[in-house]
Design a protein around this ligand. Structure first.
Ligand code: SF4
Ligand code: SF4
Length: 323
């Protein structure tokens, strides 16, 4: 495959360009806009309501057409099949230690690798959808296998991503049921098509990581190679705080992902997006590559924080730098 630095720079597949809309995903995302405004949905809407839906369906259909990836691609059906319990008519007595530690332990017991809590902010949704219920978000993180992700973009990386989306989704649905069984409202939100909610802002607020230059979160233990899901609930839970451990500073002096991205989609500079200056990946470059190359994930796999055994050292190094 032609990489960014090679003599043959990557060119988008004409088949993808044929279905690509005239409107820019960067404009939809609010790139260059100095004013704060609510987000507009882009790409991940399974009802086909976004201009880039044909490219999303192309990605889905490509995954289904390949017998090596089709079983993994059906993860969403298996997650959807988990029955949602009725909310118990009586609230269960609060366990010793309180609901916050009990719900986090339940998340780990239900196969999440980490869980954080934040106060739900209504700005983290889209104005064209009913506001989701719930006052708290519980954000779950599940790790992807480094060895499976290393050859990304590849069949093995795609299958691993789908497997971890399934683990994250089933963990969230089972945790929502755990809460509903105890008499509180709870609703799972699962990726990648979260439909009505943003997942990264609550994940940052819940202490699940810092935003990296590659536009994905970096977790202090898992690096960049993990997936998220979420449960919205009314259960009275104590919020965590965001976890600032130096990943953002590290990115300022690292170019591993920018150099590895074939379509050159990762900028070395933070950019203004709907009134916030932050790391931003060029949608118009990333997504045509992503849909044609097994969901890509090169940037997650090459990020130094993702390498097993490295993150602790980098956290310590960044703490020394700040001291
Ligand atoms: S590869 Fe480097 S620059 Fe890119 S997100 Fe990871 S640490 Fe940041
Ligand atoms: S996922 Fe997108 S940003 Fe990351 S390496 Fe692939 S094309 Fe680049």
């Amino acid at each position: 495959m032609a990489s960014k630095g090679s003599a043959q720079a990557w060119q988008p597949n004409p088949e993808v360009m044929k279905i690509w809309p005239d409107v820019s995903g960067n404009d939809i995302n609010g790139l260059g806009e100095a004013e704060k405004r609510p987000p507009t949905p882009v790409f991940w809407r399974t009802d086909g309501s976004t201009p880039h839906a044909p490219a999303m369906y192309y990605f889905f259909e490509k995954g289904m057409a390949d017998p090596r990836t089709a079983p993994a691609r059906k993860f969403r059906e298996r997650t959807d099949a988990i029955e949602v319990h009725d909310i118990a008519s009586e609230v269960a007595p609060e366990p010793a230690g309180g609901w916050t530690s009990a719900v986090k332990q339940a998340a780990l017991d239900l196969k999440a690798d980490d869980a954080g809590i934040c106060v739900w902010n209504s700005e983290w949704t889209y104005p064209d959808r009913p506001a989701p219920k719930g006052t708290r978000a519980i954000v779950l993180a599940v790790i992807q296998s480094y060895d499976e992700m290393k050859p990304a973009p590849s069949i093995s990386a795609f299958v691993e991503m789908m497997a971890q989306y399934e683990r994250a989704g089933s963990s969230a649905k089972n945790l929502a049921n755990w809460i509903r069984d105890r008499g509180w409202f709870a609703e799972a939100k699962t990726g990648p098509s979260t439909e009505d909610v943003l997942m990264i802002p609550p994940a940052i607020a819940s202490g699940m990581g810092e935003l990296g230059k590659h536009g994905s979160l970096i977790h202090r233990r898992f690096g960049a190679s993990f997936r998220l899901s979420m449960v919205l609930t009314d259960m009275p839970l104590d919020p965590d705080t965001s976890d600032v451990f130096g990943a953002d500073d590290f990115c300022a002096n690292c170019q591993v992902c920018t150099n590895a991205c074939p379509p050159d989609a990762i900028s070395d500079e933070k950019q203004m997006v709907r009134g916030e200056r932050k790391w931003y990946v060029d949608f118009e470059k990333c997504v045509p590559f992503f849909v044609d190359n097994h969901g890509c994930a090169i940037c997650l796999a090459v990020c130094p924080w993702s390498r097993p055994g490295i993150a602790d050292n980098l956290v310590a190094k960044m703490a020394r730098r700040r001291a």
